[in-house]
Design a binder for this molecule. Structure first.
Ligand code: LRH
Ligand code: MN
Length: 430
């Protein structure tokens, strides 16, 4: 398999730390043994855990005010896949890449598929885009897309989504994520029922063109780019639309798309209870849709979300939602942020496996709030880093991905091979 980080450097990097990791791992094994937990069973599940990376996440992100391009920015989908291959090689947790169309539209889908496969990468959910107007586009999405008052605009948006599905089929993807920014900026600007009815009709038409083995994931968002109302504003609207549309139409939870302090782990439980929890966009935020690195602001919330997911899987082991990072890296090296964030999501998952669910259920039934929350904290407070390091070591990754990446000089190398395009400063998320 092709790799862009020298294998000897990776092995030397790991060799220096292996003894320490093994000693930490054995100490944790002994500790978990005392609670009759076999660390190797947890390790196996950690190794299987994967989260997809967003193709648009390997470029430098920005805000409406400015974007400060980093060194060696990927200039096309092939260079984005090069960077994704480095993230996968060192983290061993991100074998899938989620594309955004038209940002990543290939001239030759087969060529792109083979380019990804040389790195052992495959394509996760496809993302359509009817929140920007493309050059030469017939109808504008200024006042909406799938919900626009003008049928011609809705039909253009429907056709785009169907086109993304057809491209995704050629690339081996199995899902379409639909996020629309449709909404209004002023009270009275939009008729709530009519716009939602347009959405339901439009999304149904896309669904009718979905291959039988595909899922469609509806992504809700409280605000931005609309600042008064958003058609798919919350999990309620998303659930209703998914229910109305069809069995393989599910809801996707982007952590940053909720008002501050919303109990997202309860939304996860609700959607799962009614069979409509289809996937996640992991990131973190303190105020709005900040798209910060997962686990960087509120790691306990990330753990509580995985606590719900592991509880759901304890009832339904086959349950496997789409996991994806959706972040904007404005001030860090995107490769470092995505490797670190993948490990933070994996950490939350591993800690959720260490919750004594039997004890928790007893404390809940006995209305013992202190011991109930303490049993969650007991798992959360465990340092599971040795399990994550051992998982990477045993699967060919780096014990310390960011350390190995910096030692490799990859960023300096691509800074030379990808000369900066001085015209590409501007602002905006990508
Ligand atoms: C919207 C969103 C959506 C993507 C976009 C890049 O805020 O989360 O998932 O299409 O970011
Ligand atoms: Mn998202």
């Amino acid at each position: 398999m092709k790799q862009l980080i020298d294998q000897n450097l990776l092995q030397e990097h790991n060799a220096k730390q292996e003894a320490a990791v093994t000693s930490d791992y054995n100490a944790l094994a002994e500790k978990l043994d005392r609670s009759s937990v076999k660390i190797d069973t947890i390790l196996e599940q950690a190794k299987q855990f994967t989260v997809a990376v967003p193709s648009w996440g390997v470029g430098t992100g920005g805000t409406r005010f400015a974007r400060f391009p980093g060194l060696g920015e990927p200039r096309n989908i092939f260079e984005k896949l090069d960077d994704c291959s480095v993230i996968q090689l060192l983290s061993q947790a991100t074998p899938a890449v989620s594309l955004h169309i038209p940002w990543d539209r290939p001239n030759d889908p087969n060529e792109l598929r083979q380019y990804a496969e040389q790195y052992g990468l495959h394509f996760d959910a496809m993302n359509s885009n009817t929140f920007q107007d493309q050059i030469g586009q017939e109808e504008s999405y200024k006042f909406g897309s799938l919900t626009h008052t003008n049928k011609a605009v809705r039909e253009q948006a429907i056709a785009h989504n169907i086109d993304v599905v057809e491209l995704g089929q050629k690339l081996g993807s199995k899902a379409l994520t639909v996020w629309v920014g449709d909404g209004s900026n002023f009270p009275g600007q939009q008729h709530f029922k009519n716009s939602f009815t347009h959405y339901l009709e439009s999304i149904k038409e896309v669904y009718n063109n979905l291959p039988d083995d595909w899922n469609m994931l509806l992504e809700h968002k409280i605000f931005e780019p609309a600042f008064y109302s958003t058609v798919i504003q919350d999990w309620g609207s998303s659930y209703l639309a998914a229910k109305e549309t069809g069995e393989r139409c599910l809801s996707l939870v982007d952590l940053g798309h909720h008002a501050p302090n919303v109990n997202i782990e309860m939304i996860v439980s609700r959607l799962a209870q009614f069979g409509k929890l289809g996937g996640f966009h992991f990131n973190d935020s303190k105020y709005g849709d900040d798209d910060l690195d997962s686990g960087s602001i509120n790691p306990y919330q990330l753990f509580l979300i995985f606590n719900e997911l592991t509880d759901i899987r304890s009832q339904d082991p086959a349950y496997s939602p789409f996991y994806m990072l959706d972040q904007s890296h404005n001030v860090t090296d995107p490769v470092e942020s995505l490797m670190y964030s993948a490990a933070e999501v994996q950490r939350a998952f591993v800690k959720s496996l260490l919750v004594d669910r039997q004890a928790l259920a007893q404390y809940q039934e006995a209305n013992d709030p202190m011991m109930a929350q303490a049993s969650l904290k007991q798992a959360y407070n465990l340092d599971v880093e040795p399990i994550l390091q051992m998982a990477r070591l045993q699967t060919g990754g780096a014990i310390d991905p960011v350390g190995c990446y910096r030692a490799s000089g990859y960023r300096a190398a691509v800074a030379k091979s990808r000369p900066a395009d001085p015209t590409k400063t501007g602002s905006g998320i990508v």
